[in-house]
Design a protein. Structure first.
Ligand code: NAD
Length: 507
């Protein structure tokens, strides 16, 4: 495992940092076990309250300096971070794959996303545009500016252990904010590696200590962040359960949050679909990352006239899936993150059966050589109805529910008929169907695709979803605005003081 040494990861790592400096802490020790083979890869020390406070004080002080750096200069630092990530793509991609369990291609792809968002943020650093307005008063000018907001908390999930952080950090930095990252306690080593990579760039450029902070730990450290009035903005990625708790706390102190929560994504397979293309989109969407993407395809809503033939194709494709070590590129499906996730998968299958789901491809936990970690499961498919409680719920595992529809209105109602609203797709060559799906009467999700699946996204668009997915947007388009505060400015360059709305105030 050369990649650990290349990324400067040791057996026991400090878990609290203000950028280049590591701070000792007396929090719990978090051990990282690889779901690939069950090996204990390393440990980190979680933050305690003292070290956490030290970090936030540093992050606040750094903000006062960093916000005064010209934005393009901050962009130049992010450009160098992107270069450092390019240099480390191979070892970091391997670590992501080994610690989280996704395929090597997806691990490398995740690092590529980090590089892409850095490139995006470099350009953005010269495009933090505000509008100008015409004043109703003579000899007045109005315009708006976007200013840095302050210390930004980033709480991330295990399934994208590095990319989600970068979507937030790259934007937050060019916007002039400092960041405090609390990664998932299930993938602590990925965060150590990223911290080491960024530290070199920051040190070389004399970036103030405190711009890029790390506080490792579990839920309690996340709760310190959501309660902390020194952190005006918290961006949180994870389950809807976490989002509901966190957003109530942040809103209770009138802070701002960006929420990226669970999905329950469906593809509508029309009678006018290219079925060969649809099968690739559906299978990759359902089994990629072993069903542990927020955009994983969990439901297929199939037109009744192609239902049977598509079902046969699906069963055949599932029969060809190779499940095993994700670092071996011959395999399609790796492990779940841990044995708790395996238990949730088994419970969901049992509940599905109780609720009447008919499993046409059976699931199960794999045992024997190569599966010693106990985290490898079989992707499965069940015929179900949209109203079953298990179908309404996001199970973070490769369980695919399929169902029939007759009219497109009915299919769209089923697609929208779940509490979550992240990603959606229609497979059709019929322009009317595609346009209806994308219209204001169509999909209610943050992401709606035509002739590609639900899974994955490019960094250029704003990423996020509606309803229980939380409503936040990250990454491209104008998502940066959520990381800044807007200020409206009115300047009087005349010799009198006219009031707005024609009000006269004479004395
Ligand atoms: P999780 O909710 O268990 O944990 C996510 C993070 O929140 C972790 O860092 C955890 O320590 C922290 N946390 C948990 N409870 C908290 C609380 N009360 N206050 C503050 N912090 C708290 O999620 P997970 O199992 O790591 O990730 C899987 C979930 O994340 C899925 O639901 C998936 O759909 C979602 N997800 C969403 C997106 C998106 O962009 N919409 C992206 C990735 C993952």
């Amino acid at each position: 495992m050369d990649f650990l040494a290349q990324l400067k990861i040791t057996a026991l790592n400090p878990g609290v940092s203000t950028g280049s400096e590591w701070i000792s802490s007396k929090g719990e020790q978090i051990d990282s076990f690889s779901p690939v083979d069950g090996t204990k890869t390393g440990s980190v020390m979680a933050a305690d309250e003292t070290s956490y406070n030290e970090v936030i004080v540093k992050a606040e002080a750094a903000f006062r300096e960093w916000r005064l750096w010209p934005a393009p200069k901050r962009g130049e630092i992010v450009r160098q971070v992107g270069e450092a990530l390019r240099d480390n793509k191979e070892p970091l991609g391997k670590l992501v794959s080994y610690e989280m369990g996704k395929s090597l291609q997806e691990g490398l792809g995740e690092v590529q996303e980090m590089i892409d968002i850095c490139d995006f943020a470099v350009g953005l650093s010269r495009q933090l545009y505000g509008l100008t307005m015409h004043s109703e008063r003579p000899s007045h000018r109005m315009y708006e500016q976007w200013h840095p907001i302050g210390v930004t908390g980033i709480i991330s999930a295990f399934n994208f252990p590095v990319a989600v952080w970068s979507w937030n950090a790259a934007l937050a930095w060019v916007c002039g904010n400092t960041t405090v990252w609390k990664p998932s306690e299930k993938t602590p080593l990925c965060a150590i590696a990223v911290q080491n990579i960024v530290a070199e760039v920051f040190k070389k450029n004399q970036v103030p200590e405190g711009v890029n902070c790390l506080v490792q730990g579990g839920r309690s450290v996340g709760e310190w962040i959501s309660n902390d009035t020194r952190i005006p903005l918290v961006s949180a990625t994870g389950s809807t359960r976490m989002g509901k708790a966190l957003s109530a706390t942040v809103a209770g102190r009138l802070g701002r949050s960006i929420l990226e929560l669970g999905g329950n994504n469906a593809i509508i397979i029309s009678k006018d679909a290219d079925l060969d293309m649809s099968i690739i989109g559906a299978v990759f969407g359902a089994v990629g990352t072993a069903g542990q993407r927020c955009t994983t395809t969990r439901r297929l809503i199939i037109h009744e006239s192609v239902y049977e033939s598509f079902k046969q194709k699906l069963v055949k494709a599932y029969g060809q899936l190779r499940i095993g070590n994700p670092l071996d590129t011959a395999n399609h499906v790796g492990p779940l993150i841990d044995t708790d996730a395996v238990k949730m998968y088994q419970d969901a299958i049992a509940q599905g059966k109780q609720q009447g789901a008919n499993f046409i491809v059976e699931g199960g936990v794999l045992e024997g050589a190569g599966y010693e970690s106990g985290c490898y499961v079989k992707p499965c498919i069940a015929e179900a109805t949209n109203d079953m409680p298990i179908v309404q719920h996001e199970t973070f595992a490769p369980i695919l529910y399929i169902m029939k529809y007759n009219t497109l209105d009915e299919a769209i109602a089923m697609q929208n008929g779940v509490p979550q609203g992240l990603s959606s797709a229609i497979m059709t060559l019929n322009m009317r169907e595609a346009e209806q799906f994308l219209s204001h009467g169509g999909s209610d999700c943050g992401i709606a695709n035509v002739n590609i699946g639900t899974s994955g996204a490019e960094i250029g668009g704003a990423f996020g979803g509606e309803k229980e997915t939380g409503g936040g947007r990250e990454s491209g388009s104008d998502a940066w605005k959520a990381y800044m505060r807007r200020q409206t400015n009115t300047i009087n360059w005349g010799t009198t003081l006219p009031l707005a709305q024609g009000i006269v105030f004479d004395f």
